[in-house]
Design a protein around this ligand. Structure first.
Ligand SMILES: NC(=O)c1ccc[n+]([C@@H]2O[C@H](COP(=O)([O-])OP(=O)(O)OC[C@H]3O[C@@H](n4cnc5c(N)ncnc54)[C@H](OP(=O)(O)O)[C@@H]3O)[C@@H](O)[C@H]2O)c1
Length: 285
């Protein structure tokens, strides 16, 4: 979704400061897309490390001035079993990325935007923040926190000329939802999302569900009494938890191991369930 937004703003003639953990991957993407490098600066930062994203914000302002729009898009999503100790660490990472990461992304821009009297701070939350879904406690609570954080910030900035735009995507086809095996109603492509998001930001919307049909569903879900809601979602398929595979065996090499050959470290296997492996597992919106 971040790439689709970048592409769309680029094509509309904007200057961009793109932030990601993997700067080389971002540079390669910019080149492959044929984007105009003269209008783009790239910054490496991890939003769970506030000082790194704040440094990126200052570098952006030093090279391009105070931006008109800042979009806090970084997010992660994994299933959760609250009875598992390991999932507390996963939850910590999800909250650090989706909540603290959003506040850290905005922080350095708030004072300069306020002094200038204009700007838009855009938080990408989710319809998953509207009600808590079983098996998704970490993600749903992170997005609920993102929603209320944006609302608090909107109140803080009221009358300053700085807008806070809260976007709640429904299901969007990205690596985050690529492995979802349950139905994804009203699924949009990342580009369809970006087009609607850009319009909502330009209109200065304070809160927008994309697509609107998911907004209606979300409102209805909010109205459902708990007993009905709980029954409805009790058997719903859940996305996988992010747990390391148990270390129960080693794949035998085709050739006998030569004397002195070091053991294969368990973490060197390309294991999609291993924390830190980037391609994202299935998720809620
Ligand atoms: N897809 C959906 O259906 C959907 C629905 C509702 C809301 N959302 C929200 O929309 C946003 C974008 O999601 P997406 O679907 O585009 O997911 P995605 O394809 O998995 O992309 C997420 C992006 O966030 C980056 N990121 C993760 N942790 C980061 C960190 N600590 N520091 C910096 N960057 C980090 C990832 O970078 P790496 O490449 O380095 O991992 C990746 O580029 C997220 O906030 C997500 O929760 C998505």
């Amino acid at each position: 979704m971040g790439q689709a937004l970048a592409r769309r703003y680029h094509d509309a003639g904007w200057r961009l400061a793109l932030v990601a953990r993997r700067q080389q991957a971002m540079a390669d993407w910019v080149q492959r897309q044929g984007l105009d490098p003269a209008r783009i600066t790239l910054h490496a930062a991890d939003v769970t490390q506030p000082d790194s994203v704040i440094a990126a914000a200052h570098a952006c302002m030093a090279s391009q001035g105070v931006p008109d729009v800042v979009i806090a898009n970084a997010g992660i999503s994994h299933g959760m079993d609250s009875s598992e100790r390991a999932d507390l660490d996963v939850m910590q990472q999800i909250l650090a990325t989706n909540v603290l990461g959003m506040a850290a992304t905005f922080q350095a821009f708030i004072r300069p935007m306020r002094e200038r009297g204009s700007g838009s701070l855009v938080g990408i939350a989710s319809v998953a923040g509207i009600r808590g879904l079983p098996g998704h406690g970490a993600y749903c609570s992170s997005k609920a926190a993102a929603l209320t954080y944006c609302e608090s910030l909107r109140g803080e900035l009221h009358g300053s000329g700085v807008r806070v735009v809260t976007l709640l995507p429904g299901y969007i086809a990205t690596p985050m939802t690529a492995g979802d095996h349950f139905s994804l109603p009203f699924l949009l492509s990342a580009d369809q999302f970006a087009e609607r998001a850009q319009r909502a930001i330009a209109a200065g919307a304070s809160y927008r569900v994309i697509p609107w049909q998911m907004g209606v569903v979300a409102k209805l879900l909010r109205l459902l009494p708990n007993a009905v809601f709980d029954r409805l979602f009790a058997g719903r398929p859940r996305k996988p938890r992010l747990t390391p595979r148990p270390l129960t065996g080693v794949v035998a090499p085709a050739d006998p191991v030569a004397p002195g050959t070091p053991d294969v470290p368990a973490a060197s296997c390309a294991d999609p369930d291993t924390p830190g492996h980037h391609p994202a597992p299935p998720s809620t919106p």
